[in-house]
Design a protein around this ligand. Structure first.
Ligand SMILES: [Zn+2]
Length: 335
């Protein structure tokens, strides 16, 4: 069987999201503050050893990373070009992509790290693109059993239908990108699609914080309106909601199905421009069952293990780390 040969082809009019990276950069600086040695400094084996020792020390069977990017190669290359060009959505921050490798090398590396399950975060920046991305992601999940089948959506006619179809086809997680998509998540066009996802209990990783640069609809307000109508919706706030960390923690305190991913939070890179407020640390401990490890692999500007060490140095204890790096996601996705 050569399922992967059936991967859909981009419609001719689908220009790629060269204006649409997904990342967190920083306003106001042009170099990465305090970035540890570039990933390329370490041999892959050595780096994998560091990652494996991290979860081994915790007595875990591996990691679950809910925020990794896989998408059609052409689209990913456009995203990388955007990072290289230091465009406005990246706050014009210097952003050396640590894992600029082909798809097979990237999946192999995650396996060497001992990432038991990961995702294929992909997202449209205009109408008509989501069904094509969803078809690609379904095929990717078929040929990549350790990738949780991922899908995406956009406010457009027909969204409820293709979201329902993706769920019926086995999608286990969705990605929504409010900054790049430049849409209001509380848009009436999305109302029924959120309803489908809430009813099915399928989590949605949503980039809705105003980092690295704000969008017209980023920030907690629009998300609060979505949650008011869909209180059981399983939103996973990407990047811990940076820089509106505390407002999004409040959302998680209010709604039992709201979670947050750790992507880029607490790293030297992010602390340099959007630091997590120390006064909110006790809330991290209290909400320990609501955080999920995310990394932004392969688009992160430092070695993968730095994200893990950034969580460890919060000093919230091994139980907290075990939950965040593995157990919370294992429970959520029934791994
Ligand atoms: Zn991302």
């Amino acid at each position: 069987m050569n399922d992967h040969r059936n991967a859909p082809v981009a419609p001719a009019d689908t220009d790629l999201p060269h204006d649409a990276p997904d990342r967190c950069g920083s306003p106001g600086t042009s170099t990465a503050p305090g970035v540890p040695g570039a990933a390329s400094d370490a041999a892959p084996d050595e780096e994998a050893g560091d990652v494996r020792r991290f979860w081994g020390r915790l007595g875990l069977p591996g990691l679950v990373d809910v925020h990794t990017h896989f998408m059609p190669e052409r689209v990913l290359h456009k995203v990388w070009d955007y990072f290289d060009a230091q465009g406005p959505l990246t706050a014009r921050l210097e952003w050396p992509i640590a894992y600029r490798k082909d798809e097979a090398e990237r999946t192999a590396l995650l396996r060497e790290f001992g990432v038991r399950a990961f995702t294929a975060m992909l997202y449209p920046h205009k109408p008509g693109m989501a069904p094509w991305l969803n078809a690609w992601a379904a095929d990717f999940a078929r040929r990549t059993p350790d990738c949780l089948h991922t899908a995406t959506l956009y406010p457009e006619p027909g969204v409820e239908t293709y979201v329902r179809e993706a769920v019926e086809a086995g999608a286990r997680v969705f990605k929504a990108h409010v900054q790049v998509g430049a849409y209001d998540p509380a848009d009436e066009l999305l109302h029924r699609a959120w309803g489908v996802l809430a009813e099915a209990g399928v989590p949605v990783v949503i980039h809705c914080g105003s980092g690295p640069a704000p969008g017209a609809y980023t920030g907690p307000g629009p998300i609060e309106r979505v949650m008011a109508r869909h209180p059981r919706l399983r939103l996973i706030i990407a990047h811990l909601g940076m820089p509106e960390y505390e407002e999004f923690l409040r959302l998680a305190e209010r709604y039992g199905e709201v979670r947050l991913d750790t992507t880029m939070a607490f790293t030297d890179f992010t602390e340099g421009f959007m630091p997590f407020p120390r006064r909110a640390l006790p809330r991290l401990a209290e909400l320990g069952d609501r955080f999920l490890l995310g990394s932004d692999f392969p688009n992160l500007p430092y070695p993968y293990v730095h994200q893990l060490h950034a969580l460890e140095r919060l000093d919230l204890g091994t139980d907290w780390l075990r939950a965040v790096c593995h157990d919370n996601a294992a429970l959520l996705f029934e791994l």
